[in-house]
Design a protein around this ligand. Structure first.
Ligand code: URA
Length: 237
């Protein structure tokens, strides 16, 4: 898996061992042309595909997250949304309610979206992992990797025009662990997932902003870029 930015990044910088071991190399180096322009939906019946994916995640084996969590937290929002937001993983409230971003970080997320005139209900929100980490501990890289194919398939099913990766875990899941969010946030990137290119903005996670309020000024710059792109693409809510 690789991605392009305005800076030319060497593919070797991006494909680290962990990713190369976990992804299908035939797919990474596929000769198939990348679908950049077609607007045809990638999947015919999103609900069916989402249900199948949910079942696969529910059946995940040897997962410490699953055995300790009370609920699978799959996603929330409009499955036809052109904006997909990816967070990290469920916390206590999300685990109780089975919905992502319903706790404090979710309240801030709603406000951030409202600030650019976007109603959260019109977006589609999910996480890198779908079960609450025990005691809200930091996710292990092996767990991020284990769930990353689910996330990729999730993105392919929703097929958004704008993908927003909130926080370094979401970034790591799709782009590997060698890059730093402080460097990568705030610039549009083209991320290739299952042979399709997604316009992607990496930005800070709301939970981080709750701890580091002085970083909100950067987050605001990113949000304004997202608003501008929504307008340029003519996305209506
Ligand atoms: N933080 C996340 O990353 N996701 C949630 O669903 C809640 C908090």
């Amino acid at each position: 898996m690789y991605f392009m930015t305005k800076k030319i990044l060497n593919q070797n910088d991006i494909i680290n061992t962990e990713m190369a071991n976990s992804y299908d190399l035939d797919c990474i180096f596929s000769d198939n042309p990348i679908n950049r322009v077609k607007n045809e939906p990638l999947v015919k019946n999103k609900n069916d595909e989402l249900n199948k994916l949910k079942k696969k995640i529910q059946n995940i084996e040897n997962c410490e997250l699953k055995v300790n969590a009370s609920k699978l937290v799959f996603a929330d929002g409009n499955i036809d949304s052109l904006i997909m937001i990816v967070g990290e993983g469920p916390g206590q409230k999300e685990d109780e309610l089975g919905k992502p971003f319903v706790g404090e970080a979710g309240i801030l997320l709603n406000k951030m979206l409202k600030a650019i005139n976007v109603n959260r209900k019109n977006t589609y929100v999910t996480n890198v992992v779908n079960f609450r980490p025990p005691g809200d501990r930091k996710l292990k890289s092996s767990e991020i990797t284990k769930y990353s194919n689910f996330l990729r398939d999730h993105i392919s099913i929703i097929d958004p025009k704008i993908l927003v990766l909130m926080g370094s875990t979401a970034m790591e899941s799709l782009l590997g662990s060698k890059i730093k969010i402080s460097k990568e946030r705030g610039n549009w990137k083209e991320v290739i997932i299952n042979n399709k290119t997604y316009l992607t903005m990496i930005t800070f996670h709301p939970a981080y902003l709750l701890r580091q309020a002085d970083q909100k000024k950067y987050s605001w710059e990113d949000l304004k870029k997202i608003r501008k792109k929504i307008d340029e693409l003519g996305i209506n809510f």
